[in-house]
Ligand binder design. Structure first.
Ligand code: ZN
Length: 107
C-alpha cells in the first residue's frame, strides 16, 4: 500500500513488495522453481504495476529498477538469494519469454 501511495518515489523495499506480489502470483499459476518464478515475475512487474493502477511511465521505470537494481543485487549477494536469480534471466537469454509487454521490451 505504501508503494501504491507514491509509486514515482518508491523505495527499494516498496519495489520489492511489487516484485513479491508478482512473484507469488507466478507460484499460484503453478511454477515451483524459484529462479524461474522470479524471472517470470521480473518480466511481468511492468504489467502488474499497471494492473494495480500505476501510471504507464512510472510502472515501466519501477519494473526496470527492480530488474536492474533489486534483481541484480540478488545475484551478487549469492547464498540463498542466489536461488532466486539466474543470469539466463535477461533480454534474449534462455528465460526471456518475449512477452509483448515485458518489463524489458522496447516501448
Ligand atoms: Zn517463491
Amino acid at each position: 500500500m505504501a508503494y501504491l501511495r507514491h509509486p514515482s518515489r518508491a523505495s527499494h523495499e516498496e519495489l520489492d513488495s511489487l516484485d513479491m506480489f508478482t512473484h507469488e502470483s507466478m507460484h499460484i499459476r503453478g511454477e515451483l522453481n524459484e529462479a524461474r518464478t522470479e524471472c517470470q515475475a521480473v518480466q511481468r512487474n511492468y504489467r502488474a504495476a499497471k494492473l494495480l493502477g500505476v501510471a504507464d511511465a512510472t510502472a515501466k521505470q519501477n519494473a526496470l529498477d527492480i530488474y536492474n537494481i533489486n534483481y541484480q543485487q540478488r545475484g551478487a549477494i549469492g547464498g540463498m538469494q542466489a536461488a532466486y536469480y539466474s543470469d539466463e534471466c535477461a533480454p534474449g537469454k534462455a528465460m526471456d519469454e518475449h512477452l509483448s509487454d515485458s518489463t524489458w521490451a522496447a516501448p
